[in-house]
Design a protein around this ligand. Structure first.
Ligand SMILES: *Cc1c(COP(=O)(O)O)cnc(C)c1O
Length: 363
């Protein structure tokens, strides 16, 4: 029997262990631990990677989104459109910025916000659309941009799952007024602790976020805004500076596995993700749909294959948003009931991919 964990963080970092240890040693010796040379270097390379003018390193992905929204200075009760099926951080960021999340259902096949359902949710108070490039696939930005233009709305990206994904030749993070990234250890570009960043082409927004991440201070002991402490530390930046060099190679590796799953999994009980943009997606997760999820997970588990669910309970059914518990988002509910993530990571061998495909086809 095989033993294929859903994701083993030790294994996916093993190729970098030596370089990371050297980078950490250098950082320790430098005696400078927060917002220093490694952070600057990472901000420059990640901006270049995303093809944006600016990158601002912050403490985590949630803060990246909160800071984008806070820096935008919307009136207190403004409404922000967001997909109803996402990791809760996208929605929490809106609440934490003192704004109102307005949920819009996804398209069942792409799992992404359905552009056809946005317009009916726009009111006089709507100020922005926060799209989420869920599982590593970019949203339909062309239709979404048209809507934003028509109603004079800002667009922001939650790009926490889409480092390196493309939309019609442009990188995720460069498809809107500003994007939030997470470098949580499980992401396509993962640190060894919490880390995040904002990318934008807007000079004023970038300047303001730089201040807001550091207590609202641009100059030492001078406070222009009521900011927060959301600084990126040197150790995490040093680790990211090592791993970013291989991000494209890792994403290509993920794409190759995704392509194999898409063409070789032929079991009719399994609904595969759409394959229309296989070369553009970052394949953060490979998410299939099955009507009897628990049985399927049990079956794979008894064959030594680990799975996960992203995510089992939709945000509107969480206690954190109990005021929404009776609202109905049938597509999100269906998706949350049926999705299963199968292993897709850089530690998988060809033999393990063969085995996963074989076992899924025998289900
Ligand atoms: C991981 C993630 C976040 C939050 O990032 P953290 O670094 O954990 O704060 C936000 N949105 C999505 C879609 C994510 O997957």
């Amino acid at each position: 029997m095989s033993n294929i964990p859903f994701l083993n963080l030790k294994l996916i970092n093993q190729p970098y262990e030596k370089s990371i240890n050297e980078a950490i040693k250098k950082s320790v010796a430098s005696g400078w631990f927060v917002l220093g040379a490694e952070v600057k270097k990472f901000e420059t390379s990640f901006a270049k990677y995303c093809e944006t003018k600016h990158c601002i390193g912050v403490a985590n992905g949630l803060d990246a989104l909160v800071l984008l929204l806070k820096a935008s200075d919307f009136p207190a009760d403004s409404e922000i459109i967001v997909p109803s099926n996402t990791y809760i951080a996208s929605i929490l960021a809106i609440s934490l910025a003192g704004l109102k999340p307005i949920l819009v259902e996804p398209n069942e096949d792409t799992f992404l916000i359905d552009p056809n359902k946005i317009e009916e949710k726009i009111s006089k108070k709507t100020k922005a659309i926060l799209v989420v490039h869920l599982y590593g696939k970019c949203c339909e930005m062309e239709s979404i941009s048209k809507i934003a233009q028509k109603y004079d709305l800002k667009i922001f990206e939650d790009a926490a799952q889409s480092h390196g994904a493309f939309y019609r030749g442009r990188k995720a993070g460069n498809l809107s007024d500003g994007a939030g990234f997470s470098f949580y250890p499980t992401k396509n570009l993962g640190a060894m602790g919490d880390a995040g960043a904002i990318t934008t082409n807007d000079d004023i927004l970038a300047e303001k976020i730089k201040s807001l991440r550091n207590y609202g201070s641009g100059e030492k002991y001078i406070f222009d805004y009521q900011g927060l402490n959301s600084r990126l530390d040197e150790l995490q930046a040093a680790i990211l500076n090592v791993k970013i060099l291989n991000l494209d190679i890792e994403n290509k590796f993920r794409q190759r596995i995704a392509k194999r799953f898409l063409s070789e999994i032929t079991n009719k009980k399994i609904v595969l993700p759409t394959n229309q943009t296989v070369e553009e997606d970052a394949w953060h997760l490979f998410v299939v749909r099955v009507s009897n999820r628990e049985e399927f997970r049990q079956y794979l588990s008894s064959n030594g294959i680990g799975t996960d669910v992203h995510y089992p309970i939709p945000p509107h059914k969480q206690q954190a948003y109990r005021e929404w518990n009776n609202r109905s988002f049938p597509i999100s509910e269906k998706i949350h009931n049926e999705v299963v993530s199968i292993p897709l990571n850089i530690a998988l061998t060809d033999f393990q991919v063969d085995y996963i495909i074989e076992k899924i086809n025998l289900y």
